[in-house]
Design a binder for this molecule. Structure first.
Ligand code: SF4
Length: 401
């Protein structure tokens, strides 16, 4: 809105050609003084048009075109460079007596993909964390675990659960949820960084989850007593040991015990627990550890307690159909492949023992069970470079690609 004459009088940028020429000359002079040797260059063509050098360059004599640096271009374009092939599917074997980190998850990772197990639990590789709004699925799962642990520490067995009237049950659930929210899964600093509405919302979610789970999963069972909560166990393999915590162990009415693991996410059907490379072998690891630690104790059932609000219930196998309904027997879960409970233990001993042997000897090949769901859950593609592997080189892995 300022008058043009006023702008020209005061040398306002872009107010006149004269002012722009003076400015460009000053800039060129400044650039020319910037170093002992200064090279100006200009394009000779722009699309189809021939380009002249700027008049501002007339003060400098044109020199010869600079030489193309030797090395890079010929190496890139003169034929395909020779590639060296290195077989890196073998990690150092594990020194005898090592306590490996990862617990049952290490066995599961080795079964999913040997490279994943070595990368995650020996190299400490982890995918970039996904931070969304609010609590992560892991944090919410841990809170549910803590709330259930706190509840059963207060209540103890099925008879005590049934004896609680509605008011007492509400109060006990509230106490347990409060303890979980004050626990270590989500500390004060984390809560302070979250929207204030989240804490009461999470309290409400946990209350509803516990009430729904007690109705759907616990009341209708045969009598039981909660024997252990978050109990530590160690499993010794040839050459190394694993340590882990079991979510819960119940004493059943017939005196046997049930090994229980809470799962907030998806569970794998029992039939797949006995594949050559078993899926979700966690309960198998717990069973073997329990049998080794307490040989006199009969294990009558192993089960995941599914805490997904739309799919609450038990997924597992029992020695017989009455132990912890509604679980499968070995024969029904495996369509007759494993006739009885003894065959279940023997199958896990064989498959989990073979995976432990792979870990001990350092088998670390990139060999996912499938490149779909297994790799999606893993997230280490930038390290294993599975996308650069020739499909033929992967062998018969059941590759989905
Ligand atoms: S992304 Fe797939 S291939 Fe790569 S380490 Fe993970 S499971 Fe193995």
């Amino acid at each position: 809105m300022l008058p043009l004459a006023w702008q020209r009088e005061r040398g306002v940028p872009r107010s006149s050609a004269r002012r722009e020429l003076d400015y460009a000359r000053a800039l060129m002079a400044q650039l020319a003084r910037a170093a002992p040797q200064v090279v100006f260059s200009h394009p000779q063509r722009s699309d189809d048009h021939h380009c002249e050098a700027s008049a501002l360059l007339a003060a400098w004599a044109p020199g010869p075109p600079p030489p193309v640096p030797a090395g890079t271009a010929p190496a890139m374009f003169a034929g395909r460079p020779a590639l060296a092939a290195i077989d890196d599917g073998q990690a150092p074997s594990v020194p005898a007596g090592t306590l490996l980190r990862g617990g049952a998850a290490l066995i599961e990772a080795q079964s999913d993909c040997p490279f994943r197990a070595a990368a995650a639990y020996r190299l400490g590789a982890a995918p970039w964390p996904r931070r969304g709004e609010g609590l992560s699925p892991l944090e919410r799962g841990q809170l549910a675990h803590l709330a259930l642990a706190a509840f059963w520490r207060r209540v103890g067995d099925r008879a005590s659960l049934l004896a609680l009237d509605a008011r007492a049950l509400d109060a006990t659930v509230d106490d347990a949820v409060g303890e979980a929210l004050r626990g270590t899964a989500v500390d004060e600093r984390r809560w302070a960084g979250l929207p204030p509405a989240l804490l009461p919302g999470e309290r409400d979610r946990l209350r509803r989850l516990l009430q729904a789970w007690l109705d759907a999963g616990e009341r209708g069972r045969q009598d039981f007593a909660v024997l252990e909560i978050e109990s530590p166990l160690t499993l010794q393999f040839a050459g190394f040991a694993l340590r882990f915590r079991q979510d819960r162990v119940d004493r059943l009415a017939d005196g046997s015990v049930a090994i229980i693991d809470y799962k907030s996410g998806a569970t794998v059907a029992p039939g797949k627990w006995f594949d050559a490379r078993p899926q979700a072998p966690q309960l198998g690891v717990y069973l073997l550890a329990r049998r080794a630690a307490y040989p006199e104790q009969a294990v009558g059932a192993v089960a995941y307690a599914r805490l997904a609000p739309d799919a609450l219930g038990w997924v597992g196998i029992a020695a017989d159909a009455d132990r912890l309904p509604p679980l499968s027997t070995a024969a029904s879960a495996t369509r007759g492949a494993l006739a009885d409970w003894a065959a279940v233990a023997a199958a896990w001993q064989a498959s989990i023992g073979a995976l432990a042997q792979e870990i001990a000897t350092g088998v670390a090949v990139v060999r996912p069970r499938d490149t779909g769901s297994t790799c999606r859950r893993c997230g280490l593609q930038s390290l294993c470079r599975i996308d650069g592997l020739d499909a033929d080189a992967m062998g018969e892995t059941g590759d989905e690609r």
